[in-house]
Design a protein around this ligand. Structure first.
Ligand SMILES: [Zn+2]
Length: 113
């Protein structure tokens, strides 16, 4: 039975580079492909690859094994700062016009998004 855990706050966004800090995929880095806010999980490029047998489709007429990333709990990933390359937490800052931006707590640099 699935347990409803409600909407989780996920601290990373699609396109962020993250490192897995916990569990069997620890130390792996990749780009966030998808954020599953409802589950508090993220899908990270190249991490937690699941092999699935698929039925024949137009793309794969013979069917076969499809490799697809599985979700990992967002609590197990930490953001990698694109500026300083360190594992970091996200801070918030404000631009001159009051726009809220995400900043690296390690180097203080602003993230693009
Ligand atoms: Zn940084």
């Amino acid at each position: 039975m699935a347990v409803a855990i409600g909407r989780q706050k996920v601290h990373v966004k699609k396109g962020d580079t993250v490192e897995i800090i916990n569990g069997k995929h620890r130390g792996k880095r990749g780009k966030v492909l998808q954020v599953l806010t409802k589950d508090g999980k993220v899908i990270v490029e190249g991490v937690n690859i699941l092999k699935r047998h698929s039925k024949p489709t137009q793309k794969l007429p013979q069917g076969g094994i499809v490799e697809k990333e599985g979700a990992v709990f967002s609590g197990r990933v930490m953001l990698v700062c694109p500026k300083c390359g360190k594992l970091t937490r996200v801070g918030h800052g404000y631009l001159g016009d009051g726009t809220k931006v995400r900043v690296c707590k390690q180097c203080g640099e602003q993230f693009e998004k």
